[in-house]
Design a protein. Structure first.
Length: 273
């Protein structure tokens, strides 16, 4: 029992460090800031697009669930071949718009592939070769231009600092109920702005984004606590961001809100039951 308590305490300490690191502000990995503004190369994400459309189911509450257990051997091989093809691309030769789509799709496809390999599993946080099972985000799991890449590299060392857009959090999916939806199409330079806006609107108006409004207080997704700096750095800025996308009754109630009282996040796997 003592060992169990120690392991749990150690997990909480490591998780606190991770959150603190994220809150301190992301720093770009210098190598991946290179790009070619004159490039006309378009990355083919059609395989990933087909898989998303085939295996995502949307609930009545608007939550997108992925049928990890239903993926055929043929489609699993196609997904792995797609990731191999991404790995062969010289990303630094792409223009900024293609790079952004590349990294979002890579993050989401890697995550889905990881979960399929470990399925059935109750949470992505159970997927890790380390002692404390904090999840796979720090594992070297992808290689591009002969450089090892982790999921944390993609999110916190590339996407967040290079594009400096809070809507990044609506584009990458961590295979959990609490996360903004894994959309049922691949991201491209052409649909990027539409999907960012649509994903923000859907999440904020769901019970995962704005969870509860009571008078002048609001309870929200932990995303707005973990990454508060990305949304302006204080409660007022987060609330203004929420107002931009809130609709109907939620939008009206937000006019009275001036502080965030609590936050929560559901780490259960976003799987089709």
């Amino acid at each position: 029992m003592k060992l169990t308590h120690f392991a749990y305490a150690a997990c909480m300490i490591l998780l606190t460090w991770d959150v603190a690191s994220a809150q301190s502000g992301p720093k770009a990995i210098e190598y991946w800031t290179a790009h070619n503004p004159n490039s006309t190369q378009i990355v083919d994400h059609s395989v990933w697009d087909r898989i998303l459309q085939k295996y995502i189911q949307t609930t009545d509450a608007g939550l997108n669930l992925f049928d990890y257990g239903g993926v055929s051997a043929e489609d699993k091989e196609a997904l792995e071949n797609y990731l191999d093809a991404l790995s062969d691309i010289k990303v630094t030769d792409l223009n900024r718009e293609e790079q952004r789509a590349y990294w979002i799709n890579a993050y989401n496809a890697i995550t889905v592939n990881l979960v399929i390999d470990e399925y059935p599993v109750s949470s992505i946080r159970k997927i890790n070769g380390g002692l404390f099972n904090l999840g796979p985000w720090k594992d070297d799991i992808f290689v591009v231009e002969d450089k090892d890449i982790t999921l944390d590299n993609i999110e916190h060392g590339i996407l967040r600092p290079i594009w400096n857009d809070p809507r990044t959090h609506y584009s990458v999916n961590c295979a959990s109920y609490g996360c903004p939806n894994l959309v049922n199409r691949a991201w491209t330079a052409e649909n990027m702005e539409h999907l960012l806006e649509e994903s923000a609107r859907i999440f904020i108006n769901s019970d995962r984004g704005i969870q509860k409004i009571s008078g002048n207080r609001i309870e929200v997704s932990s995303i707005y606590s973990w990454f508060k700096d990305d949304f302006g750095g204080d409660d007022k800025s987060v609330i203004e961001h929420l107002k931009k996308y809130a609709e109907g009754d939620k939008k009206a109630k937000l006019e009275k809100v001036n502080r965030i009282s609590d936050h929560d996040y559901d780490w259960n796997l976003n799987t089709v039951k």
